[in-house]
Design a protein around this ligand. Structure first.
Ligand code: SAH
Ligand code: SF4
Length: 348
């Protein structure tokens, strides 16, 4: 059994909450601003490093708070040098994955929202493990601070963020959105809303809520099957939120926010990569003007499926184009470090 820590995780607080905490200790809000700077600009990893704060504040912080720095349990690098993957240790026995991709001109972090996942997609290493627990706000934010600390040492800054690591972000809605607000804070990490992409398997109430709350982050939807019957074979959660309800939620999102949705399709040989499958996608999405991101399957030990051949992927793309749907095939760079969702954790 895990015990609940009475300490406050500073990475779980918005700037206003941090200010409130510091003021509640009879200290000036100026110090709160300096502290915020230490957390998100300098990305220091200990209270001792916050040398410009008054000693009384540092003593309070040490006694009442934690600086949720997540130790690296395993770190791997892709042979092309562009991708670094971290298995980060949480305060209980859980481990989560965070990935840093440094392609020329584009630096992106991929972070996790849960330890494990309850949605059970058959081809996904995280889904195969099952659900452990939700991540706290502090644990979600600390992943980004971890990569930003590394980037800062090289004079770089994180500009793009994808919530495509372990877990289903809309199943941990409150914590994820509070973390998103912390990422967007213009005097902190200052990551633009549109540069934050949340990928969901299709939690319908979460999509509707996101549309209503107007955070204007980018939304990606993992489709994988374009009829209810086909989708259900890969995505068990389609039983709870059937395809017609899901598409209705997507149309609502697009109409309400004026933003489009990216659709993701993991290509699996012989399962969902035929010309007919592509026509099904075309019929389902035509008129939405959306882009489709095709992801070649990363084979996992718990699923007997193979990745689509290049010719089949090209054929699939050509059919989508007939319906006016632009598509990309994700490059399999970084594959040698098990770049697929949850795969590093699964090998440990
Ligand atoms: N739970 C969310 C976000 C995490 S998964 C979601 O499902 O969208 C991020 C993406 O990786 C999803 O599109 C998912 O389908 C894909 N994915 C998971 N396992 C994969 C694998 N083994 N090979 C290829 N893509 C995979
Ligand atoms: Fe969960 Fe996404 Fe994996 Fe499905 S693909 S099991 S929703 S993490």
């Amino acid at each position: 059994m895990t015990s609940v820590s009475p300490l406050i995780d500073l990475y779980g607080l918005t700037r206003a909450e941090l200010r409130g905490l510091v003021v509640s200790w009879d200290l000036s809000p100026v110090h709160a601003a300096r502290l915020w700077n230490y957390l998100y600009w300098e990305c220091v990893s200990s209270f001792e490093a916050m040398t410009e704060l008054p000693a009384r504040l540092r003593a309070k912080l040490s006694a009442r708070c934690t600086l949720g720095v997540l130790p690296v349990a395993v770190e791997t690098h892709s042979s092309d040098g562009y991708t670094q993957k971290f298995l980060l240790a949480l305060s209980d026995a859980e481990r989560i994955e965070t990935v840093l991709m440094r392609y020329p001109g584009r630096i992106t972090a991929c972070i996790s929202s849960q330890a494990g996942c309850a949605m059970g997609c058959v081809f996904c290493a995280t889904g195969q493990r099952g659900f452990m627990r939700h991540l706290t706000v502090g644990e979600i934010v600390a992943q980004v601070v971890h990569v930003q600390r590394l980037l800062k040492a090289k004079g770089q800054r994180l500009r793009n963020l994808v919530l495509m690591g372990m877990g289903e972000p809309l199943h941990n809605y409150e914590a994820v959105m509070k973390a998103v607000d912390i990422f967007r804070d213009s005097s902190g990490l200052a990551i633009g809303a549109r540069k934050i992409t949340l990928s969901t398997v299709g939690v319908v109430p979460g999509i509707v809520r996101l549309a209503d709350e107007g955070r204007s982050i980018s939304l990606a939807l993992s489709l994988h099957g374009a009829t209810q019957e086909e989708r259900l074979k890969l995505v068990p959660t389609a039983k709870r939120w059937p395809l017609d309800e899901l598409m209705e939620a997507c149309r609502y999102y697009i109409q309400k926010t004026g933003r489009n949705i990216f659709f993701e399709w993991t290509l699996i040989e012989g399962k969902n990569d035929s010309v007919e499958n592509a026509h099904e996608v075309g019929r389902l999405l035509s008129g939405l003007g959306s882009q489709v991101n095709l992801i070649p399957l990363n084979p996992t030990s718990g699923y007997d499926g193979a990745l689509t051949r290049t010719e089949a992927a090209k054929r699939f793309q050509a059919v989508l184009a007939e319906y006016g749907l632009p598509s990309t095939v994700r490059q399999r760079r970084g594959i040698d470090i098990a770049a697929g969702c949850g795969q590093l954790a699964a090998t440990r």
